[in-house]
Design a protein around this ligand. Structure first.
Ligand SMILES: *[C@@H]1O[C@H](CO)[C@@H](O)[C@H](O)[C@H]1NC(C)=O
Ligand SMILES: *[C@@H]1O[C@H](CO)[C@@H](O)[C@H](O)[C@H]1NC(C)=O
Length: 158
């Protein structure tokens, strides 16, 4: 077998074992534990990642950005709130249609073109590229935020 591939496989299985044994820190990620067959990890501290780089960060750690799809998952995350740990805003996998070309003119079904002198903007400074943060709190929530914001942490899942 090709040595490079063998080494990659060895590293990959090592990382997998690490994730499966619930090691408390992978790439500065803290394991919150398991619910419905998946583990949630949150990033310790805020490293200035926007939504895109947050997704890459999870992927590099062998995970993906978190989804919260059931009552049990929401209850689990709520139960993990801690005033000196999991207590901030964290990127999740949710986003709106954040590319301008995902708009269509309803009447023609065509995509609006970029026209010089016509700048896209939004009401109340809310960019149309919005992504969703989980707010870890005793009263948790989901917050829409511009995807290029770098002020939150990251919530990943296995
Ligand atoms: C959007 O397009 C559909 C299909 O042609 C039409 O039925 C509907 O009335 C349109 N909506 C508006 C708000 O113009
Ligand atoms: C996210 O950050 C990366 C790296 O700084 C940058 O290249 C990219 O354009 C940013 N994306 C958004 C949507 O802000």
């Amino acid at each position: 077998m090709n040595t490079a591939i063998f080494i990659l496989l060895a590293i990959a299985s090592l990382l997998l074992v690490k994730a499966e044994t619930g090691d408390s820190e992978i790439f500065n990620l803290i394991n919150l534990g398991q619910v419905e067959g998946k583990n949630y990890f949150y990033e310790q501290g805020v490293a200035g990642r926007n939504w895109t780089t947050a997704g890459k960060y999870c992927q590099e750690s062998g995970m993906q950005l978190a989804t919260i799809e059931t009552q049990a998952q929401a209850d689990f995350l709520k139960s993990k709130y801690s005033s000196d740990g999991f207590n901030y805003y964290y990127w999740t996998a949710a986003r709106d249609a954040h590319l301008p070309r995902e708009f269509t003119w309803n009447t023609t079904g065509t995509v609006p073109s970029e026209i010089s002198g016509l700048t896209w903007s939004t009401y109340n400074d809310m960019e149309y590229q919005t992504c969703v943060m989980y707010y870890a709190n005793s009263s948790p929530g989901l917050k829409l935020y511009p995807c290029d914001s770098t002020t939150s942490g990251v919530l990943c899942q296995t």
